[in-house]
Ligand binder design. Structure first.
Ligand code: GBH
Length: 467
């Protein structure tokens, strides 16, 4: 039977969310339409030398105009959930004050369309596109930005609460803080280590304040987690692993789930942390219903000099994102790599998920992003992206293993639904299950998408209340 055929045994519990993810700036385009304001990514992409080949996302993949077609593709895949983000400057052009009703209308149309197709919208409030006016007032290192974010969150929640069940706050605060304000690989491109830590704290504060401000039916926070291994068991390498795990994983997990920052991480910082005010940690720990975990890779790190300053080469000129631990170097863990140079290690995902379940108060989780860039080739209307299929298959296997080990994992979102604007790499890297021709905007399901659709179909046919 079909059932026995479920390839590689990827049978998941009924109700498991089968998803794919995107983000606003990476797909929408229409940056000058319907009253949208300017974001830090508009500015950054327009600054020479910041994004590879001078690419920007004024058009992106034109999702703003093609959302119906794109929801149709999701339905064809059989997705039960879709994770997208709201563009803050589209909804609130200057980041404070006036709300732009036309901006909210787009997300109403989108979520209506999703619901008509039986797809559960998972809304992310912030995927890195800060209104430029707030950056001009200091950006995330300015504490006030966190309060502005809470106001924006309340407005979005009020407008969309009947359309959306699950709201999540900040996508990957690590990236927003350390790539934006320390390494400079992402917008706004500042290289100010101390401000990066301030920014990280204010992003956490923004998370907590917005959870309080929304009173949503279901609310989540999102972190990007890495498995971290010391290159050897020398004291230097063990210390390097402690530091990178601290900055990447524990700084955010401890804050959101336990309401504290790890002492060792604070002690490693070469400056005062007096911007952490009394009462902040209680706000940051505001109860959430689900933790969104993004997982891509494992870091193997060394405290000995001589390795690389970060896990993968950046396309542009950057500094270290590892504030206070700039001496740590990243070495090969011996795994094959994707087109980004990121090592492929599905075991690391089991490790990361079981670790959260073991070390923190119980919390349901979803894998909110997982995927890979490869050099896709279009042949006679097909993309035979076997490596991507193998990547997703291995990571779904890891999810299943984690569930069997008792981890309350409730869904999987592939990154990404479609090829899109890959930040500092512009259109130079493709993460999509769906191929996009960046000239004609034509969409085409890659082999990985067809395979994913089949896995979903075989799983969902057993669901009692499948619509
Ligand atoms: C996701 O983050 C993003 O949420 C998504 O928008 C993006 O398109 C997708 O990844 C693919 O890039 O070399 O030491 O500086 C991924 C998390 C964190 C992965 C930083 C690369 C580089 C670490 N990224 N990491 S280092």
């Amino acid at each position: 039977t079909q059932e026995e055929q479920t390839r590689s045994g990827l049978r998941f519990p009924a109700g498991f969310a089968w998803g794919a993810a995107t983000s606003a700036y990476q797909i929408e385009g229409a940056v000058h339409e319907d009253g949208r304001g300017v974001s830090i990514w508009d500015t950054f992409a327009r600054t020479p030398g910041r994004v590879l080949n001078g690419h920007h996302a004024d058009m992106a993949i034109d999702h703003y105009h093609r959302y119906k077609e794109d929801v149709g593709i999701m339905a064809e895949l059989g997705l039960s959930a879709y994770r997208f983000s709201v563009s803050w400057p589209r909804v609130q052009p200057s980041g404070s004050g006036r709300i732009n009703a036309k901006g909210l209308d787009f997300y109403k149309r989108l979520t209506d369309e999703l619901r008509q197709h039986g797809i559960d919208p998972w809304l992310t409030l912030y995927h890195w596109d800060l209104p430029q006016e707030l950056e001009d007032r200091g950006g995330w290192p300015n504490r006030d930005t966190a309060y502005r974010f809470a106001d924006y969150a309340a407005a979005v929640h009020e407008a969309l609460k009947d359309h959306v069940h699950t709201f999540s706050t900040v996508n990957e605060p690590w990236c927003a803080a350390f790539l934006g304000y320390a390494s400079g690989e992402h917008a706004p491109g500042r290289r100010e280590p101390q401000n990066a830590i301030r920014g990280a704290h204010h992003l956490n504060l923004a998370h907590g304040l917005s959870v309080q401000a929304m009173d949503a039916r279901r609310v989540g926070g999102c972190v990007n987690l890495y498995a971290v291994t010391p290159a050897t068991d020398s004291p230097e390498d063990l210390d390097a692993a402690r530091r990178i795990d601290g900055l990447q994983n524990r700084f955010f997990l401890d804050a959101l789930l336990s309401g504290r920052y790890p002492e060792d991480v604070l002690n490693d910082l070469p400056f005062e942390t007096d911007f952490i005010e009394p009462g902040d940690m209680k706000i940051i720990k505001a109860p959430i219903d689900v933790l969104l975990v993004n997982y891509y890779s494992r870091f193997t790190v060394s405290g000995a000099p001589g390795g690389k300053a970060s896990a993968a080469a950046a396309p542009t000129d950057t500094a270290s994102p590892w504030v206070g631990s700039e001496h740590v170097s990243f070495v090969s863990g011996g795994h094959p790599v994707t087109a980004m140079g990121w090592e492929i290690d599905a075991d690391g995902l089991v490790e990361v998920l079981t670790r959260v379940a073991r070390d923190y108060p119980p919390i349901p989780m979803v894998l909110s992003e997982n995927g890979a860039a490869f050099d896709d080739h279009l042949n006679d209307g097909r993309v035979h992206d076997r490596e991507r299929q193998a990547f997703v298959e291995a990571h779904l296997g890891a999810c299943k293993q984690a569930i069997e080990a008792g981890v309350p994992l409730e869904g999987y979102f592939a990154w990404s639904l479609m090829d899109n604007f890959e930040w500092a790499w512009g259109y130079g890297k493709r993460f999509g299950l769906v191929h996009v021709d960046f000239e004609t905007q034509k969409r085409l399901l890659k082999d990985s998408a067809l395979w994913y659709a089949e896995i979903i179909r075989q799983n969902r046919r057993h669901e009692p209340t499948d619509s």
